[in-house]
Design a protein around this ligand. Structure first.
Ligand code: 0RA
Length: 661
């Protein structure tokens, strides 16, 4: 992508420039160390994991170029990472211009990795890709081992600076690269790798690159000497996206066993799409460009949607299936209850948008549209029974959308009639400045009453929610707008869903609070209710979550009291710590009273303010959508129809749940 500034356009350099290049190269990594966030996004756990992908992306590039089918990743006992691949190996020959081994150039010059072969699809150097040299600069130790041309070569570095020459270590019968790195403790806030985070992406990479095998092995031993629960997994997919879409929809009920699978290529652009209808009402599209997730879609997704609209409409019209309809079918009606994955490999991808999560290459739209259109066309001709079922579903979706629109309009009209338009149950704050205003969605009228008394009415609004709100994962859309609690949430927040060219968008221009806080009991029911509310936000107000406006309040679990002294504890460790403090080390102290809070209702207004609402002392968890697929999975599983995966999830995660069962 970006040109290496160390060479001129023709790439000419004479030896006298060598030292200058050398210094510039060092300055490059110096800059990475000075402002790591600019290169890898952040220095928190996310940035730490990013280092792994920066290396693995290079191995994936070798796979895409047809030279690598195996990538092994190890989390070593000291939280260093080892990545082994069987690609061509980083070149080790003399780099003419810089007068040093190409290996050293790749490892120490920013953006140097991609200079060697330009004609393949590249992951590295793509979106955030800054190359393996960046990982080197941010590692207190790194070792590269190259098997190439029948020999083994190694070089070691510290903070990106070579500590050895490129050393020839002996003979080798295979090709490949091994990178071992230990992230720099002075740069990263945490050094602890999370197996599950790495596993999720490895699985995704295996689905996206059929035939490639990835292994992930955790070599760490737990502090108590016991070995970790999950030690090693192998990720491999022969079916590619077809298996991926089944994996994503494992907790939904598919309409047909086999997904529609498209594999095509045109003008050096490779297209792979898999789509599967299910009995739910939500649309799910996940899209990738050169293995990188495009959160905001782009030209490839536009091409996919165009094909779905065009081909299904034409089939329905041609076969008279829309003849009884009194209104127009919109694009989204074809995609209700459809899960799709759109993956393209593009030689020179252009990323657009604020977060660079959108593909810009305009030629891709037509290519994807043709490939998908042709495949769906064949599918419909060959499967007339399935075609009929799909079109019937589309008609139901269109009908439901019209009903939903009417229901929505009713709600809005009613608001106009009642004057302020705000729900009667809302205790609003006096501030009109959304950026300082908060709304608490409180489980139950009684806790709502306490919260109303305890709050700071200047900036805190209270909306009590009665009982369980509708499970939106199972309900049809128009039902949503008939639900009293959900209507109240929409009108209190000041947001609305609008149709724009057949697509639903959330209008947040009149959002009245920049903090939406879900406050539920710390028990099983409470956690179920907050999951219901979160599911609703995830499906219907996702933008609100994406922009970081949604929070979960954390009421304490215990109050520990001795005489007039009272402190709160949010978990068992804190409780034990408080008891120790209060007893001054005494074995048994009967004057210490421990109150177990089960519900918000057990606290009075002052206690609720102190522990859960006062910005100075409360704990708020910001809700984030880290990974769309993961989040989608959790919600469809927890709230959907298929019971077995839900039970499995709850069993597996029970240990993490901070709830009183
Ligand atoms: C530069 C050029 C070539 C491959 C690589 C770098 C490369 C880098 C890494 C990092 C981890 N594994 C890797 N594998 C390869 C092209 C090699 C050629 O043309 O032979």
């Amino acid at each position: 992508m970006s040109e290496n500034k160390n060479e001129d356009k023709k790439g000419n350099k004479n030896n006298s420039d060598y030292s200058a290049d050398n210094i510039q190269a060092l300055e490059g990594l110096e800059a990475v160390r000075k402002r790591p966030g600019m290169y890898i996004g952040s220095t928190d756990t996310k940035g730490l994991h990013h280092l792994v992908w920066e290396v693995v992306d290079n191995s994936i590039d070798e796979h895409l170029a047809g030279h690598c089918d195996m990538i092994n990743i190890y989390i070593q006992p000291d939280n260093s990472i080892k990545v082994v691949d069987n690609g061509r190996g980083i070149p080790v020959g003399m780099h003419e211009k810089l007068q040093k081994s190409a290996l050293e150039v790749v490892m120490t010059v920013l953006h140097a990795g991609g200079k060697f072969d330009k004609d393949t699809y590249k992951v590295s150097g793509g979106l955030h890709g800054v190359g393996v040299s960046c990982v080197n600069g941010l590692s207190e130790y790194l070792k590269a081992e190259v098997h190439r041309e029948g020999k083994v070569f190694t070089q070691e570095y510290s903070e990106g600076i070579p500590t050895t020459e490129v050393i020839e270590k002996g003979v080798s019968t295979n090709n490949g690269t091994t990178i071992i790195f230990k992230p720099d403790a002075t740069i990263f806030e945490t050094l602890e790798y999370k197996y599950d985070v790495l596993a999720v992406r490895c699985r995704e990479l295996a689905f996206l690159n059929k035939g490639l095998t990835l292994t992930l092995e955790d070599e760490r031993v737990a502090a108590d000497g016991k070995e970790g629960k999950k030690k090693k997994e192998t990720f491999h997919s022969e079916g590619g996206l077809k298996e991926f879409v089944k994996f994503i929809d494992q907790s939904r009920t598919p309409l047909f066993e086999e997904p529609i699978h498209v594999i095509a290529s045109e003008d050096n652009v490779e297209v792979e799409v898999a789509m599967q209808y299910n009995t739910s009402y939500s649309e799910n599209i996940f899209s990738f460009v050169n293995n990188i997730k495009t959160h905001e879609g782009g030209t490839h997704v536009a091409g996919f949607r165009r094909a779905v609209n065009r081909v299904f409409s034409k089939y329905a019209e041609d076969n008279g299936l829309f003849s009884k309809l009194k209104f127009k079918v919109a694009g989204e009606d074809f995609r209700e209850g459809l899960t799709s994955i759109v993956s393209v490999k593009v030689p020179e991808p252009q990323f657009k948008g604020q977060t660079k999560g959108e593909l810009g290459n305009s030629e891709v739209t037509g290519i994807v549209s043709r490939a998908v259109g042709e495949a769906i066309g064949h599918y419909l001709e060959e499967n007339p029974k399935k075609a009929k079922i799909i079109i019937d579903k589309v008609i139901i979706a269109a009908t439901a959308r019209h009903a939903a629109r009417k229901a929505r309009e009713m709600v809005q009209r009613k608001n106009v009639l009642t004057g302020t338009g705000l729900p009667g149950k809302l205790s609003d704050c006096s501030s009109k400045d959304a950026s300082e205003s908060e709304i608490f969605l409180v489980e139950g009228d009684s806790a709502g009453g306490t919260a109303k008394q305890g709050r700071d009415r200047h900036f805190q609004a209270i909306l009590p929610l009665r009982g369980k709100i509708l499970n939106v994962e199972k309900a049809m859309e128009y039902k949503i707008y008939e639900n009293e609690e959900i209507k109240n949430i929409f009108t209190a927040l000041g947001v609305s869903i609008e149709d724009k060219e057949g697509e639903r968008i959330l209008n947040m221009e009149k959002l009245r609070y920049h903090k939406v806080v879900i406050m539920c009991d710390a028990d099983v029911d409470g956690s179920h209710i907050s999951t219901l509310i979160l599911t609703f936000f995830f499906r219907y107000m996702r933008e609100l979550v994406e922009q970081g406006f949604v929070y979960i309040a954390a009421p304490p679990l215990y109050q520990v009291k001795k005489g007039k002294k009272a402190e709160y504890a949010w978990n068992d460790e804190e409780r034990a710590e408080l008891i120790k403090q209060f007893s001054g080390g005494k074995e048994e102290d009967n004057s210490i009273k421990i109150q177990r809070y089960k519900g918000l209702g057990e606290m009075n207004d002052t206690q609720l303010w102190e522990t859960t609402m006062n910005p100075e002392t409360r704990i708020l968890h910001q809700v984030s959508i880290m990974d769309g697929i993961e989040a989608d999975n959790v919600f469809s599983m927890l709230m959907g129809e298929e019971v077995p995966p839900r039970r499995k999830f709850i069993e597996e995660n029970a240990v993490y749940a901070n709830i009183d069962a």
